[in-house]
Each structure stands twice: as C-alpha cells, then as structure tokens.
Design a protein around this ligand. Structure first.
Ligand code: F6P
Length: 501
C-alpha cells in the first residue's frame, strides 16, 4: 500500500486474527461509539471489521489528506474537476455552504432556474396534460427516477414516466399505453448530444405531434434550439454540475412534476442539511468522512472486491442503480489526477437489491460464499403503510441479517457453519421523506468525493465511457450495411447478425 493509505495493511494483518464478534464482545461500547446521528439519519459502523486503533489510523489518514479542506474547496467552487478544469458545485443547487463569489453566483443561477422550473410546473398543471415522459439517460435519468419512485403519491397531478434505454422496445411499450393528446415530454440531456436521448426524443416528438408540449433541460441551449424546442420551454444546466450529481438541478424537473415543486424543494433542503453537516462537523463526527474511510478500509485493507447496498424498503428499490452510476462512474479510475497509477485498488463493484426479496436470491452467497461482501443496510424506522406486522417483520429481518453476517454460527457440520466476519453498516432513516432521501443521497455523494480525495483521483470526469461511444458511432453505418469493420471478431459477429436479420 502506498502514500496516504500507508499503515492500513498492518492493522488488517493484526485484525485478521480477531473475529468481528470478538471485537464487539471485547469492546461493547463500540455499539454506540461507532455510531452517529445527523437529525433523522442515523448510521452505525459497529459491525465493520476494524477497531479503535485501526480507526485512529484511518482518521489520521483523513487529517493528512485534509478531507475537510477538500470539502471546503468543493463547496467554494474550486476546480476540483481538475482534468476538465471545472468546479463541482452541486451543493450550490441546494444551499449556501459555499463562501466565495463563484459559489454565490452558482447559487443565484440555481435559484433563478428553480423559479423558472416552478413556473413551468404550474403552467403544465393548468393544462389538460395528465402524463409526462422524461427522456434522458444516466445522470439525466437515474436520480429523478429513484426519487419519483421512492416518494410517489397516489393522487399526484401527473403520472411521470421515464424513457432511457436505446432499445426501441422501451419506447414502443411506453407509448402504447399513453395518449399523445394528454401527454407532455421533457428531454433531459446536459450535453444534448447523447445518441440514446436524441433518438428517443425524436420518437417521442414525432408521436406527440405537437412541439408545444415538448420541453428541454440542457446546458447546450444552441443544440436545444436546433432540435426545435422553444427557449421558453427550456431550462438551463451548467458545466459545474456533473451528470450523476445533477438531480438537484433542473434535471429534477420530472421530480417537481411528479411530487410537486414544494416536495422537490424539501428534497433540496434535506441535502443542504447534510451539506451543512459535512462542511462543519469535525472529522470524528463527520458522517461522510466515516462512510468514506470505511469504504477505503474495506477495499484497501480488507481487499473487498464488491460492495452491496441493500435497502430494506421497497420504495428505495432504485437506490442501488443510482448509486452504481454515482459511485462507479465517479471512482472507476486507475490513475491519479497527475496521471500516475493509483498504486492500490480503486472502486469495488457496487451492486444490490431490495430486502427482504434479496434474502431469497443472493443471500446464501453473502452468508457462506468465499467472497466477503461489505454491505450498507438501509432501514426506515417509521413506514407510511398500515401493515404493522409486515413492518415489524421487515425490521426483524434487517437486524437479524446484519447480526448473522457479522457473528456467524459455529457448527460441527461444515455445511451448516456460518463463518461470520461479514461487515456491514446500518443506515437508518426515521422515516422516508423528501428531506431524508435528500440527506441519504447527499451522504453518498460526499463519501464518493472523499474516497476520490484519498485515492488522489478525479471523481467528476468519466473519460472511460467515451471509447465505446465513439466505436458505436463508427460501427453504425457498418451495421446498416455500408463498409466493413476493422476488427476481425466484430466482422465475424456482423456476419452472424446479417444471417439472423
Ligand atoms: O454515461 C456517460 C454520461 O456522460 C453520464 O455521465 C451522463 O449522466 C449521461 O452520459 C447522460 O449525458 P447527458 O445528460 O449529456 O445526455
């Protein structure tokens, strides 16, 4: 291990001789000492496979890396996206934690756009539109899709649908159940150059047959105009907001339509609460810092190749998908900002699903498989349904799984033995509200950024997605029958496709 991460190996070696259950038994106070509360969001790290000495080294590492200074630099609009020479001011979309004129003018632009967004929501609410299609992909889709699904209300003014996939079946199936005369659409694309979104946007525009119900969200107004969407139905975006961090911007327009502008502003307020905590809490009490250090510990000290996120609440079923993009597009890098190799492993594969369903699919492997998978369990204390027995059983399952994975169970029969030592964090929301969901997502955003700082990488670029896109553009005419592919395997695959088509 190198650089800022020096010393973790030694703790890992020392702790490999102690089971997680023995660590907890030997220091029961960690059940409360390794826990933090930020208003309605509680986090417990007691079931992570570290002890106080290892944590001390982790926090010393956080001090050396000046994590709090790094947070400040991001909030103030410094060029933390160094490879693209840009700020990452998503926090300015939801609050005032930046103290520079750059952060203040971003905030002013965000408030101005929010007011315009509210006016567009009101105008649509006054029309006879019943359904909205949001066309976008990646960061222009996953965050709003998650929030709308999580907080959906039965009597909402609009039904909001999301169209992301390039596969034409997605558009075909969606449009088949909607009435074009009662539907409006919004094309969400920061670049307004994403092939998937422009193709689906074109399908939806043709199907609507009336550009007066077509809207856009983009940082490229010229391209929006060329596509034929009027400026008065377009909302701005900015290069200082990364796609996967853009939920809080006008990219949240579908959220405001589905849940109302006030609910959207409550989501922003929740995230701003977490921002204020991240900006001001000392290292040892700082939830994103704890979360990031735990991630680094599991990846670089314990060598975990994957990380699971398991919400025990049906409404959060899309959280793993959103976090996959947030975490893996941000941290899936092999070189540091200066171009040198990181020298240690960066992001593990993030994956997950919703409890209790997943207990009946992949939990066997979590309990007895050869790979140890660290887990973020997410629970909600107070449900919004009336099925008390279900909820009590759901909570019992959540607690039981975390306990069983950590402590295991000895048995003379090797098939029945549970090895234990499977670490997890429990994140608990008092209730699922716009505010708590905003806090939860912002927690992950800040944790991701802090992990990037510790690894010395840029969390805000995504050059890795470019090569495949460029090749697809080059192969499109070949698939359509013009020219030949350069690559022999691709040529042979094209021949097979031609045979089957
Ligand atoms: O997957 C690459 C990516 O650039 C994401 O970062 C982004 O959120 C997504 O494509 C969509 O981009 P756009 O909003 O420009 O259409």
């Amino acid at each position: 291990m190198t650089g800022a991460l020096d010393g973790l190996d030694e703790h890992a070696r020392r702790l490999s001789a102690s089971s997680l259950s023995s660590l907890i038994a030997g220091d029961p106070a960690r059940a409360t000492d390794f826990a933090l509360r930020v208003g309605p969001l509680y986090a417990n790290f007691a079931r992570q496979h570290y002890d106080r000495a290892a944590l001390e080294s982790l926090f010393a590492m956080a001090t050396r890396a000046d994590l709090l200074g790094a947070m400040r630099r991001m909030f103030d609009g410094e060029s933390v996206n160094a490879t693209e020479g840009r700020a990452a001011l998503h926090a300015a979309l939801r609050g005032d934690c930046g103290s520079t004129s750059t952060a203040r003018s971003a905030r002013a632009a965000a408030l101005d756009a929010l007011a315009r967004m509210r006016a567009l929501v009101d105008a649509l609410a006054a029309s006879d539109v019943t359904d909205i299609i949001s066309v976008g992909i990646g960061g222009s889709d996953l965050g709003p899709r998650l929030v709308v699904d999580a907080l959906a209300q039965p009597n909402a003014r609009f039904r909001v649908h999301f169209l992301s996939n390039l596969d034409g079946h997605a558009a075909q199936r969606l449009l088949a159940r909607l009435d074009p005369r009662r539907t409006a659409a919004v094309i969400v694309s920061k670049s307004f150059g994403t092939r998937e979104t422009l193709l689906n946007g074109g399908i939806v525009r043709a199907w609507l047959g009336d550009d007066a119900r077509l809207h856009a969200v983009s940082a490229a107004p010229q391209r929006v105009a060329e596509f034929g969407i009027a400026a008065e139905r377009s909302l701005p975006m900015w290069d200082w907001v990364g796609g996967r961090y853009s939920l809080w911007s006008t990219v949240g327009f579908p959220v405001a339509l589905a849940l109302g502008s006030t609910a959207f502003e409550r989501l922003l307020a929740g995230a701003a609460t977490l921002d204020a905590h991240a900006a001001s809490a000392p290292l040892g009490d700082n939830l994103p810092v704890w979360h990031a250090l735990t991630a680094i510990w599991n990846r670089n000290a314990l060598g975990a190749a994957t990380q699971a996120v398991l919400p025990y609440d049906q409404r959060l079923r899309l959280l793993p998908a959103h976090l996959q993009q947030l975490v893996m597009e941000s941290l899936g890098k092999s070189v540091r900002i200066d171009g040198a190799a990181i020298g240690v492993d960066s992001v593990p594969v993030w994956w997950g699903g919703v409890g209790s369903d997943v207990q009946h699919s992949f939990f066997q492997a979590l309990h007895q498989g050869t790979q140890v998978v660290p887990i973020d369990f997410i629970g909600v204390a107070r449900p919004d349904h009336a099925h008390a027995d279900n909820h009590a059983t759901q909570l019992a399952n959540l607690l039981a799984q975390s306990e069983a994975l950590a402590n295991g169970r000895s048995d003379d029969n090797p098939h029945r033995r549970h090895p234990g030592d499977r670490p997890s964090t429990l994140l608990l929301l008092d209730a699922l509200t716009p505010e708590t969901l905003g806090m939860l997502i912002a927690l992950y955003e800040h944790s991701v950024y802090l992990q990037a700082v510790l690894w010395g990488i840029n969390a805000f670029d995504q050059y890795g997605v470019e090569l495949g896109k460029t090749l697809a553009e080059r192969l499109l005419p070949v698939v359509e029958g013009q020219g030949e592919a350069d690559d022999p395997v691709t040529r042979s695959l094209l021949a097979e496709l031609a045979r089957a088509r």
